[in-house]
Design a protein around this ligand. Structure first.
Ligand code: SF4
Length: 310
């Protein structure tokens, strides 16, 4: 049996930047808060937690006022973190403007590791809304409730329609949430499938009162877009594919589906403990790959465990 790790899998630039930044701050302070998981990978989170990273969640916000709770944050392990230095890291997904204001009002020093690609999209959304006001509409193709999408919607005070698929587009068109007689700027979450986004834009273009009223913004991350094609090739050219990804990774879900489509002998695991020897035969050529949030060290660990199975 041969085992090969996909050389294109592993953290994307935005995640590398945020994790390197966090490790530097942890080396200096020994403690750092991250608003939401810095990466959607349980094993990597556990590694950073050992170094002093505490993940705090939006659920700590008071939903009715949009404010942080008056009492100190509690870490994921339930320890009172109120007495520690209050440095709050904004992860690569980004946040709505309100988050920065509220965090500073509560005395946090905010360190912003929003991916530059996401920052550019946030800026484009603000500009599009301003350019086409009044009456212009912003449509975002993305996962409802995903942190990056919330950050994008927050750029225009929530005045955007989010659709997850073509069915939701059809619904939004028929119930009038999207009005095709007015100007529309459409954006995509960075990690969506390029093929699906193209299809959504094509459907929308067909419904517009005039083609000039639709502006399509090409906002799928280039690193993600190129990975789709490379990963499809990788999945096709191996007998068995082991896809490693955290359960919460949106990109992981999209890429694992792509692998399954290309190769029915695709197995998805969170870490090496999920491996099953019955998946492999001794003459198989096995490919190990993962999402933009899967660390290389974890792929190596999985590959080495597979080699020891037979
Ligand atoms: S997937 Fe692309 S846009 Fe998203 S964090 Fe990574 S590099 Fe940035």
């Amino acid at each position: 049996m041969t085992v090969e790790i996909d050389r294109n899998s592993g953290f994307c630039g935005g995640v590398i930047r945020a994790i390197e930044g966090a490790e530097k701050l942890l080396a200096e302070n020994g403690l750092l808060y991250s608003l939401g998981a810095i990466v959607h990978n349980e094993a990597e989170l556990a590694r950073l937690h050992q170094k002093g990273l505490i993940t705090v969640y939006k659920e700590n916000f008071k939903a009715e006022t949009g404010a942080f709770p008056a009492e100190p944050f509690f870490g994921e392990d339930g320890n009172d973190a109120g007495a520690a230095p209050r440095i709050l890291l904004i992860r690569a997904h980004g946040e709505p403007p309100q988050t920065y204001i509220q965090a500073r009002e509560l005395g946090f020093e905010v360190v912003d590791f929003t991916c530059p690609v996401v920052l550019n999209i946030q800026k484009s959304i603000r500009e599009a809304a301003e350019l086409n006001a009044p009456g212009g509409q912003i449509v975002i193709f993305g996962k409802i409730g995903h942190a990056e999408v919330l950050g994008l919607v927050g750029q225009v005070g929530g005045k955007a329609v989010v659709i997850e698929n073509s069915l939701q587009l059809t619904d939004a068109l028929s119930d009038g949430r999207i009005d095709t007689s007015l100007h529309i700027d459409i954006f995509s979450q960075t990690t969506k499938s390029p093929v699906e986004y193209e299809e959504i834009c094509r459907m929308l273009a067909q419904k517009m009162a005039s083609p000039d009223l639709l502006t399509v913004h090409n906002t799928i991350c280039r690193q993600v877009a190129s990975r789709h094609k490379e990963l499809a090739d990788f999945a096709r050219t191996h007998d068995v594919v082991v896809f490693v990804s955290g359960r919460e990774s949106s990109n992981g879900m999209v890429l694992s589906e792509l692998c399954k489509k290309e190769n029915p002998r695709t197995y998805c695991i969170v870490d090496a403990s999920g491996l099953d020897a019955s998946w492999f035969s001794s003459d198989d050529n096995v490919g190990v790959c993962g999402a933009t949030s899967t660390p290389k060290w974890l792929l190596e660990e999985v590959a080495s465990r597979i080699k020891n199975l037979h």
